[in-house]
Write a protein that binds this ligand. Structure first.
Ligand SMILES: CC(C)(COP(=O)(O)OP(=O)(O)OC[C@H]1O[C@@H](n2cnc3c(N)ncnc32)[C@H](O)[C@@H]1OP(=O)(O)O)[C@@H](O)C(=O)NCCC(=O)NCCS
Length: 163
């Protein structure tokens, strides 16, 4: 990214971040999952979908700009969402780099096949698409990162958090 340096810092999620993360989670899905009814996505989903996960927030000037929520046992990036008003500022890339640093060897996630913006983002960050399936929102693509095998595909066998 060639934009100006941004004063965003990454830090562990705190209880007081909940409402901001929940609002971002709803707003970003309404925009990204454009083929779905917007009322499918509500802030209350955040607690359910992030339960038991390790969450890191990107904060700027005391405001949450985005977050990543990781299901550690499967090296699985469950949720990666940036406030739509702050897309394109390098925040998503920083959160994804944190995932790489956290695991050091490999990690993976699911991306809806129709979410072309996110797929372009993952490609730009050096992650690789391969394999997939279908869930309640439509077809999804497995997207993975591997330190040793840049073209590796994950085993999409479902873990507890990755149905
Ligand atoms: C996908 C998402 C996380 C990206 O975060 P972001 O902060 O906007 O992305 P960044 O600014 O860090 O971009 C990093 C790279 O991805 C590229 N990229 C980002 N959005 C892109 C787009 N729409 N098309 C093409 N490339 C894109 C950028 O060009 C950048 O590459 P560069 O550094 O070579 O210029 C964010 O747009 C988002 O929250 N989307 C909605 C939720 C979502 O779809 N989450 C993923 C679910 S699987």
């Amino acid at each position: 990214m060639n934009g100006p340096e941004i004063a965003v810092r990454l830090r562990p999620f705190l209880p007081q971040d909940r409402d901001a993360c929940a609002a971002i989670y709803a707003a970003a899905r309404r925009q990204a999952f454009h083929w779905c009814r917007p009322d499918l996505f509500v802030p209350g989903d955040f607690d359910r979908d992030s339960a038991g996960e390790v969450i890191t927030v990107a904060e700027e000037g005391g405001r949450v700009r985005g977050f990543v929520s990781i299901w550690m046992p499967d090296h699985f990036v469950h949720l990666l969402f940036v406030d739509p008003a702050h897309h394109g500022r390098g925040i998503g890339r920083r959160l994804l780099r944190l995932v790489e640093d956290t695991f050091g060897d490999w990690a993976w996630l699911k991306c809806q096949a129709q979410n072309e913006t996110a797929l372009a983002f993952y490609r730009a960050c050096g992650w690789t698409a391969g394999g997939g399936g279908v869930n309640e929102l439509g077809p999804w693509v497995a997207v993975s990162w591997s330190m040793s095998r840049s073209t590796a595909s994950p085993d999409p066998a479902p873990g507890r958090k990755s149905p």
